[in-house]
Design a protein around this ligand. Structure first.
Ligand code: SAH
Length: 391
């Protein structure tokens, strides 16, 4: 097997358990590995570091799968997926969950979402992509699923020399399914929905709005298929208006409202949230609760400040639309904007909007997307509820 020898001065990151080896951390390669091959990684003093898969084309030349000298075979993947499922069950997930959250489950570049009997997979690196048959086999053995689908229509694959692709990994099935969440039902479009079809990462946070929406007039922006808004109606909101720029998402959201018998309370329209937040402020429209859940504003360090400006802008406008003593429910899924910076940005927005705010809830993503300390990008979602009062 190919040996990869690390430089004497490598980041403590690898030693402390992080699975990525960058090209500039490699001293020597003994052998001629092909993309996707399993290689052994050694520290400079020849001590064994771990075993992982190689790709010269990627900035991350090795992603470690284990720190033991164990075979990376069908059994290895079976054990890992079984262990991840047992973990989700132990922390309370029954029907739907992110079954594998990449690095946090020691399965770098692998995402598996479980939607009751259906599974959606993303293999985002060359090495992981090669193991798809083992992954599918493990899912079949453990779950006897009704369907497995691949949503590899993701641009990052191209950095690895892979093509974008989506399609069935099981016998074809109807890809419009219904899941249950917190006593509600939601349509999930596995084939054409955003990402894997549904945002499981907010599934715990959707319950956090329960008490603040009773009898409220609610405005939701960036609603996607209307999950937060339909929860608001379910928890007793008087009226809920949701906007998303995607016609598809809005159609799905209205369908979800009807599916739950809440279409008399919940309405969705396709609009640009930036325009709405700006223009409605001028009309003195007011809501008891405003909810914002925008897409990631940046994926690169160079444009963090632009993302911050975006967050400040929408939150400032959102706060101005809230009645005195109402609530702002706001999220950020940009992993480069770390929690402290996000809170600071909200504080700045409040200051400029001349509002006093009080923290009600501050969470990360749902616990089925585990945060591993030392792996910054596992801590990516910020979910905040604040009470908003006039100065
Ligand atoms: N709250 C949702 C997830 C929202 S994802 C849930 O929990 O399921 C972000 C959404 O923002 C996407 O649906 C996207 O279509 C929408 N979006 C992006 N830009 C927008 C804009 N300018 N105005 C309104 N919606 C926008």
């Amino acid at each position: 097997m190919t040996k990869i020898i690390l430089k004497r001065k490598i980041a403590l990151r690898i030693f402390n358990g992080h699975p990525w080896v960058f090209g500039n951390e490699v001293e020597k390669i003994i052998g001629e590995p092909n993309a996707g091959d399993i290689v052994d990684v050694f520290y400079h003093d020849d001590k064994f570091c771990g075993r992982g898969y190689y790709n010269a084309k990627s900035q991350i030349v090795v992603r470690l799968l284990t720190r033991k000298k164990e075979e990376i075979n069908e059994q290895f993947f079976f054990d890992k997926i079984k262990q991840a499922w047992e973990y989700r069950q132990r922390i309370g997930y029954v029907e739907n969950c992110r079954l594998i959250f990449g690095e946090a489950d020691e399965m770098p570049a692998l995402i598996i979402d479980k939607f009751n009997d259906y599974f959606v997979i993303q293999t985002l690196s060359f090495g992981m992509d090669k193991f798809k048959p083992f992954i599918v086999k493990a899912l079949e053995t453990i779950f006897k699923p009704k369907g497995i689908y691949e949503r590899n229509d993701v641009p990052v694959r191209e950095l690895e020399g892979l093509q974008q692709y989506k399609g069935f990994l099981s016998t074809p099935f109807s890809t419009n399914i219904i899941i249950n969440e917190n006593g509600l039902k939601f349509n999930v479009d596995i084939e054409n929905g955003q990402k894997t079809g549904y945002f499981l990462d907010q599934q715990d946070n959707r319950r956090a709005i329960q008490h603040i929406v009773k009898g409220a007039d609610v405005l939701g922006a960036f609603t996607y298929t209307g999950t937060f808004e339909i929860h608001a109606a379910h928890y007793g909101a008087k009226s809920v208006f949701g906007i998303d720029i995607s016609e598809n998402a809005v159609a799905q959201a209205n369908k979800n409202a009807a599916l739950n018998g809440l279409d008399n309370i919940c309405k969705f329209e396709a609009m640009n949230a930036f325009d709405v937040l700006k223009n409605w402020g001028k009309e003195e429209k007011k809501y008891d609760v405003v909810m914002l859940d925008p897409p990631a504003f940046t994926k690169s360090r160079e444009t963090i400040s632009k993302a911050i400006t975006g967050y400040k802008e929408i939150n400032l406008r959102g706060m101005k639309l809230i009645k005195n003593g109402g609530f702002l429910v706001t999220s950020s899924c940009t992993n480069l904007v770390q929690p402290e910076l996000f809170l600071h940005t909200i504080q700045q927005a409040a200051k400029d909007a001349r509002k006093k705010i009080k923290q009600v809830v501050f969470n990360a993503q749902a616990a089925d997307h585990p945060i591993v300390w030392g792996m910054e990008n596992t801590n990516y979602l910020k979910f905040l509820i604040v009470e908003v009062r006039n100065m």
